[in-house]
Design a protein around this ligand. Structure first.
Ligand SMILES: NC(=O)c1ccc[n+]([C@@H]2O[C@H](COP(=O)([O-])OP(=O)(O)OC[C@H]3O[C@@H](n4cnc5c(N)ncnc54)[C@H](OP(=O)(O)O)[C@@H]3O)[C@@H](O)[C@H]2O)c1
Length: 291
């Protein structure tokens, strides 16, 4: 299933996420995903595994042109020249000439001028054909508005935390109004289980499991289907081939309107990840190695 971005480029709705996938497991996870049928991988300079993503793609035997590669610039590389160089680093590590989607990993609220300079570099990369689409991540509506006032190209995607426990309706709405595709990170609520010691997670949630039972599907499959029916892109992460396959097997059932609403009603309003305004160079900056 493909989604069409605001510049006409098509992107497979489901991608494999590789945040926290150790480099040594990344090549195999990517190869397993491509074998399953995935044609979209989401990585980031900050994940430290772009090289292994590239290796997994080459080893898969699937032609580069069939695979949608998305990666992210880390905040330490924000600035016009710095971000142009960040493209060179990511492309070289991935072993590709062109990226399909290049996005800013975070807004830098305390140094927004650097965020603007970085985005201006993405616009240049788009104009010269180095990237096929550009976007942002973790941008709240106020960040999107500020960005739109000072730059030209509407981001193609805004990748944000989004699962049944944290649905960010105001972000979904702002994205839709501006023609930006919502891409869900932690789309199955992984962050509700791997961060903190929550007894209740999206995977053991009784309401989600009840809906899963009605379709003979898993909780993860129900959450992914919910996102797809909302029109979102999803990038579930797993290092296990059986789960990688499970997370792709979501096209043979349909949630009812009542089930869609029941899932949205699980929103707690509490994010699992950091508040985007808490991301500063002082606290989160760290050098991204050269290729
Ligand atoms: N832009 C950002 O700031 C940002 C932040 C976080 C994540 N992301 C992106 O979003 C991707 C996904 O987010 P995420 O990794 O936070 O969370 P997620 O995909 O919602 O969940 C991943 C977690 O769930 C487990 N899992 C995967 N499939 C499962 C299944 N079918 N049943 C039960 N458990 C399952 C995984 O463990 P196993 O690997 O052991 O299967 C892992 O612990 C990341 O990999 C990254 O690409 C972006």
């Amino acid at each position: 299933m493909n989604l069409t971005l605001n510049n006409g480029v098509t992107m497979p709705a489901i991608g494999l996420g590789v945040f926290q996938t150790p480099p040594e497991a990344t090549t195999e996870a990517v190869a397993a995903a491509l074998k399953t049928g995935y044609r979209h991988i989401d990585t980031a300079a900050a994940y430290g595994n772009e090289r292994e993503v590239g290796e997994g793609i080459r080893r898969s035997g699937v032609d580069r042109s069939e695979i949608f590669i998305e990666t992210k610039v880390w905040i330490s590389d924000y600035g016009y020249e710095e971000t142009l160089h960040a493209f060179e680093k990511s492309a070289a590590k991935l072993g590709v000439e062109q990226l399909d989607l290049f996005i800013l990993h975070q807004p830098l609220s305390t140094a927004f001028e650097k965020t603007i300079a970085a985005y201006t570099a993405l616009e240049k990369l788009l104009a010269d054909g180095s990237v096929r689409a550009i976007g942002v991540s973790n941008f709240m509506p106020k960040h999107l508005l500020k960005l739109r006032e000072q730059t030209t190209v509407v981001p193609a995607v805004n990748q944000v935390e989004l699962h049944p426990y944290f649905t960010q309706p105001e972000v979904q709405q702002a994205n839709a109004q501006m023609g930006i595709l919502t891409q869900a990170w932690s789309p199955i609520g992984g962050i509700t289980s791997y961060r903190g010691d929550n007894a209740r997670t999206t995977f053991n949630d009784p309401a989600i499991l009840a809906i899963a039972g009605e379709h003979g599907k898993s909780a993860a499959q129900v959450m992914l289907r919910w996102q797809l029916q909302l029109g979102h892109s999803v990038i579930p992460k797993s290092v296990r081939p059986e789960r990688i396959a499970e997370n792709f097997d979501v096209f043979d059932f349909e949630l009812t309107q009542a089930q869609m609403e029941a899932l949205a009603a699980l929103d707690t309003g509490v994010r699992g990840g950091p508040d985007p305004d808490a991301i500063t160079l002082e606290a989160f900056g760290r050098p991204i190695p050269e290729a």
